[in-house]
Design a protein around this ligand. Structure first.
Ligand SMILES: [Zn+2]
Length: 242
């Protein structure tokens, strides 16, 4: 417990909350700019099991932000393998499962079915909408974040309670092959995904549910936007029909 002693002494935390974390499984979909810092802090916090999912391999241009991938990984291993072996060394007490797979509607349950909560660390809305549908159907909370250049956004999506991703973005933007991104932008929002997950798992603090936090670190502007369920949202409707 020495390893976790500085968080255990947090107000309201104690060994009980630490046990909540060690008994939890968090899925991380995308082990890139958001997923690397999120996974690092969740491993440090002692989440019992992490499932790392990514179909890609590290590339040179990833290294300004994807802090778990190093030059020695390029051409040698997938992103999930690269992150997994480092996290296992960083915290040998936790279990880290790596899955080098591109998720689709058919394999997402098998890939992430064990997760109590999932972090949306992907970089495109088509994968995010697959995750959105899966989480609604399986009643799994997920933490959405997206970043570009100096700005980003984050919200916690709790099925049946909060708006879903399709309520917020009924016409999501198309994927961009190359987009500008400063490393710390991804670091900040990925770290916040980890803290939102920890808050949900320990039932501490205020979670960003029905709230979209948008932030710009170039001009230091932060805003929290209240969001509502969209009437006739095709994704939420599925949920109501169940
Ligand atoms: Zn919806």
């Amino acid at each position: 417990m020495e390893r976790y002693s500085r968080q255990v002494i947090l107000d309201g935390f104690g060994t009980e909350k630490q046990k909540d974390l060690s008994g939890s499984t968090v899925g991380i979909l995308g082990v890139g700019g958001l997923g690397c810092p999120a996974a690092m802090y969740l491993a440090g916090a002692g989440i019992g099991k992490l499932i790392l999912v990514d179909s890609q391999s590290p590339e040179e241009s990833n290294l300004n932000r994807q802090i778990l991938h190093w030059p020695e990984d390029i051409g040698k291993r997938s992103k999930s393998e690269s992150a997994s072996w480092k996290l296992k060394q960083f915290n040998p007490d936790i279990s880290v499962i790596e899955k080098t797979i591109e998720v689709n509607n058919h394999n997402i349950k098998e890939t992430l079915g064990d997760a109590d909560i999932i972090l949306d660390c992907t970089d495109n809305f088509s994968t995010r909408m697959i995750l959105n549908d899966y989480c609604i159907n399986s009643d799994t909370p997920f933490i959405h974040a997206a970043v570009e250049s100096w700005h980003g956004q984050i919200t916690a999506i709790i099925p049946k309670i909060t708006p879903c991703l399709k309520c917020i973005f009924p016409n999501p933007p198309p994927a961009k092959k190359v987009f500008p991104i400063l490393g710390p932008t991804a670091g900040i929002f990925g770290s916040m995904q980890a803290s939102e997950a920890i808050k949900i798992l320990t039932d501490l603090g205020d979670v960003l549910s029905s709230k979209l936090l948008v932030g710009d670190i170039q001009y230091n502007q932060w805003d929290i936007i209240e969001i509502k369920k969209r009437e006739n949202c095709p994704a939420c409707k599925q949920d109501q029909m169940k």
